[in-house]
Ligand binder design. Structure first.
Ligand SMILES: [Zn+2]
Length: 527
């Protein structure tokens, strides 16, 4: 039996709907009827209107039924939502499920009822006995259901007693943007069914998340595993000082839900890697790359091509930012069309190393949200054929044209990258915690810091070879002993180790965390 999701302008013939699900192999049938009641929020209701954006509602409804079938393994499912004017006592939503056993039937029915309320682009207008009328999609202020344990524990339950939260109408929330002819009710419906994943809820992800939530993007995913530090607050505007020490994902979801109770926010507390990304790219329509390291940026750029989803990337270096949108369908090409491989780790410092003014990621995170909204709404001007570079100090912008490279390793004619790359498996990083004094003595210690840095955590046994003059072809030391490279925090030593290994060196390593992590050895040695 085929699953069916319908929108009906006519009153529902419930016995006929139930009869259509007759199944002699099934042991259970359950159905749900949502009725129009005569009061809401203390006001007497006479009638109501459902405004439905049908093409999107039908597609989203069909997707919900498919999810229910996959999750619960039921025999068949059918759902109908009314549109137009309804009277008191009318059935507004009907869901019927048949399955082998009652448990799956109940659970699938509940799932569909809840998802339909959350996700369908349907707006409800109530007509009151006093002659007034209001758009009131307050059903979204309810608690989540069993499958939505996203950590948002607080409830705006409409029926809850002593609820101090104001009741706001969804249509009022978006009134100013619906007024734009480029958005309208149809555009708002597109935003409601859109799913955007934000990878990294930091300096870029914070403003991006706030703007997308405020615009009404119906499902926002946050991929973030870090906890909040005080030094994040000047640019990561999703958080408050009270969130320091808390997992960022949960705090971000809480903030976005508080801003817009009509959307769903999902937290994915994991890293962006070859294991997690394939599934996540399946769950979302657009991905915002709000990370700050090249390995992840290349991984996400490759995923855009491999899974056919747009990825909007931004990066910040001091006062300058870069923006590009990779749309696999565009002739503008991907990140590897511009630069085939990432630069060695550590060559270009991240925010922690070089510093950043919070407004710079603020600007670029907002631009990333703008790109996502343009894609969802089908507006022109998506940055899919250029790279935008802007200096926040001079406000000068440059647009560099991008073209698909036929030799690109991922989107070219003969791609060599056909699946997401796993991280370099050669172990060339050493942790001071894994070293003993004897093991350390085996190495030639090379200090890559500049002369002015040496007095901090001095390494008297080390050979000094400042990174500013480092040349992998002629590094100033030989291979007669294993080499351990050290700098202030591990970035430059990592870059130098990679360059030497590229030159064929085998026994060359980088010290994770830099010179400060060796302090206890010299203390030990001095005693
Ligand atoms: Zn490419």
């Amino acid at each position: 039996m085929e699953d069916r999701f319908e929108i009906s302008a006519e009153a529902l013939d419930i016995p006929a709907l139930a009869a259509s699900l007759t199944d002699r192999t099934a042991g259970a049938f359950t159905s749900f009827e949502g009725w129009v009641r005569d009061h809401n929020d203390g006001r007497q209701v006479d009638a109501l209107d459902y405004e439905v954006f049908a093409p999107l509602a039908l597609a989203e409804g069909a997707a919900i039924l498919e999810e229910a079938r996959r999750k619960y393994g039921i025999n068949a499912i059918r759902a109908v939502h009314r549109q137009g004017e309804l009277r008191i006592g009318d059935c507004a939503v009907w869901v019927g499920v048949v399955s082998a056993h009652r448990d799956e039937a109940f659970r699938a029915c509940r799932y569909v009822v809840d998802e339909v309320k959350h996700r369908l682009p349907i707006w409800k207008k109530e007509h009151y006995r006093d002659g007034s009328a209001e758009w009131v999609n307050c059903q979204h202020l309810g608690t989540g259901h069993e499958d939505h344990a996203h950590g948002d524990g607080h409830s705006h339950g409409h029926g809850a007693l002593h609820d101090p939260a104001p009741v706001i109408a969804e249509a009022d929330f978006y009134a100013r943007q619906i007024r734009l002819p480029e958005v309208g009710i149809e555009g708002q419906a597109k935003l409601k069914v859109a799913r955007v994943l934000i990878v990294g809820a930091g300096g870029l992800g914070s403003p991006a998340g706030l703007m997308l939530a405020a615009a009404g993007v119906g499902t926002i995913g946050i991929l973030e595993f870090d906890t909040l530090e005080a030094s994040n607050l000047h640019r990561q505007v999703l958080y408050t000082a009270a969130d320091v020490g808390q997992p960022k994902g949960e705090a971000a979801a809480h903030r976005l839900k508080a801003l817009n109770p009509f959307i769903e926010v999902r937290v994915h507390q994991s890293k962006a890697d070859a294991d997690t990304l394939p599934d996540l790219f399946g769950q979302y329509d657009i991905v915002l790359d709000c990370t700050d390291n090249f390995a992840t940026k290349y991984l996400l750029a490759d995923a855009a091509v491999l899974y056919g989803k747009p990825v909007v990337q931004a990066s910040i270096h001091r006062f300058e930012g870069q923006l590009l949108t990779i749309d696999p369908k565009s002739p503008g090409g991907c990140l590897r069309c511009l630069w085939p491989a990432p630069p060695p780790e550590g060559l270009i410092g991240n925010c922690a190393e070089v510093g950043v003014l919070g407004v710079t990621p603020g600007l670029f995170g907002t631009l990333q949200a703008s790109e996502a909204l343009k894609i969802i709404l089908g507006l022109p001007g998506v940055l899919d054929r250029h790279l935008l570079i802007m200096d926040a100090l001079t406000l000068e912008t440059r647009r560099i044209a991008r073209r698909k490279d036929a030799d690109c390793p991922v989107c070219g004619a003969h791609p060599t990258i056909r699946e997401l790359q796993r991280r370099e498996t050669v172990v060339y990083e050493l942790d001071a915690g894994d070293l003993t004094l004897e093991a350390l003595a085996r190495f030639r210690l090379v200090d890559l810091r500049e002369a002015h840095e040496l007095s901090q955590h001095p390494l008297p046994q080390a050979q000094h070879a400042p990174f500013s003059r480092f040349d992998a072809a002629d590094p100033g030391f030989d291979k007669s002993r294993p080499v351990l490279l050290v700098c202030a925090s591990g970035g430059r030593s990592n870059a130098a180790a990679q360059q030497l290994r590229a030159q064929g060196w085998q026994d060359v390593f980088s010290l994770v965390g830099g010179a400060k992590t060796l302090g206890h050895f010299f203390h030990q040695a001095a005693e």
